[in-house]
Ligand binder design. Structure first.
Ligand SMILES: [Zn+2]
Ligand SMILES: [Zn+2]
Length: 217
């Protein structure tokens, strides 16, 4: 059975997820740990449950989602995967990390570019990568069909959507992608977002003020 552990890291209150199943194999999604205590929290969880991380995935490469990339890939000697359209987004982080207050940010490099609809395997688990651009150009969400769980990054939040004022952001692209790629999933799919609390497709379809039936914006 798929287990999801969430952590909230860094001043952006970014949600980092560790997914694992009965095989003990695990993946780390959007490691945002920066401070020593945050890295220790992630490390201790993995150690306590005797997990074997096999890769790091980034939904997208804004600074809050990649602060712990280098820590995770170096600690476990595992590859980093994300969509190729996030390459310039990640490269830009190096130039602004210090100004944002993260002088010891360490760069990281992709070992594999995830394609749209690619199936990502760990243990007995298969996740489908779905491209949902707009907040960032190569933004992926990771969908586990059997348990109706979707790691959504900064696409759809409880009562909100991802910001579109960051580099590579586009409002119409995001609205269209949410409607076509996320709102076509079953209504009881639970979204585990990049910030804040979980929500469901059905709830947001009805209530989301940006893309739901009661949209106000
Ligand atoms: Zn973001
Ligand atoms: Zn974020």
């Amino acid at each position: 059975m798929l287990q999801i552990k969430s952590f909230t890291f860094n001043p952006f209150s970014e949600n980092t997820y560790v997914l694992h199943d009965d095989t003990s194999e695990a993946i780390i999604i959007d490691p945002g740990c920066y401070e020593r205590e945050e890295k220790a929290e992630l490390f201790d969880y993995i150690k306590t449950y005797k997990l074997i991380p096999i890769k790091v995935l980034n939904t997208h490469c804004h600074i809050d989602h990649v602060l712990g990339n280098a820590f995770a890939i170096n600690t476990y000697d595992i590859p980093l995967w994300f969509h190729k359209d996030e390459e310039p987004v990640l490269r830009a982080v190096t130039s602004y990390a210090s100004n944002y207050g993260f002088p010891s940010y360490q760069d990281s490099n992709a070992n594999h570019y995830i394609k749209e609809e690619e199936v990502i395997k760990f243990g007995n688990t298969r996740l489908k990568a779905i491209l949902v651009p707009g907040h960032a150009p190569g933004h992926l969400v990771f969908y586990h069909e059997e348990s109706k769980i979707c790691i959504g990054g900064d696409t759809l939040f409880q009562g909100s959507i991802g910001r579109i004022d960051l580099p590579g952001g586009d409002h119409e692209t995001l609205l269209t992608a949410i409607k076509e790629k996320l709102f076509t999933l079953p209504e009881d799919v639970v979204i585990y977002p990049g910030h804040g609390l979980t929500t469901t497709i059905g709830y947001e379809k009805l209530n989301n003020p940006f893309v739901g039936k009661k949209a106000r914006y």
